[in-house]
Design a protein. Sequence first.
Length: 251
Amino acid sequence: MAHLSNLPEHVAIIMDGNGRWAQERNLPRVEGHRKGVEVIREVIRAATELGVKYLTLYAFSKENWSRPKLEVSFLMTLLSHYLDSEVKELHENQIRFNVIGCIDDLPGDVAGKIKRNMEKTKNNQKLVLTLALSYSSRFEIIEAVKKLCRRVRAGTLSENDITETVFSKELFTADMPDPDLLIRTSGEYRLSNFLLWQISYSELYVSEKYWPDFNKADFVQAVGEYQKRERRFGGTAPTAQCRSNERPTGA
Ligand code: IPE
Ligand code: IPE
Ligand code: MG
């Protein structure tokens, strides 16, 4: 059971298993995606109730464009409906809506709605909800490298001034802290090109449940498990007096 101390500030989730959930019920894969959206609603509520500040959900990878056309177009339609029906409520609940990934890979109307909703909710403070859409961590890293190269070539940045902080500021996640906790559902133990730089010191939690079966109690359980972990960031085990789940300052 989660308690209020040592909460993860940023929770990221690889929402996996929609297709298998549907197939096990002899339903088309897309029904799993439909049910998955309901779970997103529940998990956002759980995160705000607990006081998590950043929730980042992997919804569609760059690699997912290789799926059958019908599945991809269903997902885009679902996303479009989500943007119409949910963001108003997010705004009322003081939630900032954010997207990382290549927004312009998405159909024009969807990209437009995303940009408008990001602008509309940009001052909300309760929670930053980020969807990763057409996202690839390797692509993100390469783009950051290119931007830094351009700055060096233009003479506005010296090679010796490239630090982890400077590099991080060129990523899609520039304004966010790194995830403290990364959850993956459906019992798969892999990262699938998600936030590879940012999760260097995140705590990992794998749920055996398919995403459509995941619920508020599972989210609270994952957070509770995180609270029991001892984060070391490469140091030694902390003594009883200074046990903390936070990254040491100056690291
Ligand atoms: C996750 O579920 C959702 C997306 C990647 C869009 P999947 O669609 O990957 O479901 P499985 O892993 O095939 O069961
Ligand atoms: C990861 O799931 C991507 C998302 C959840 C959006 P995938 O189902 O695409 O990952 P793999 O193919 O099993 O690694
Ligand atoms: Mg999958």
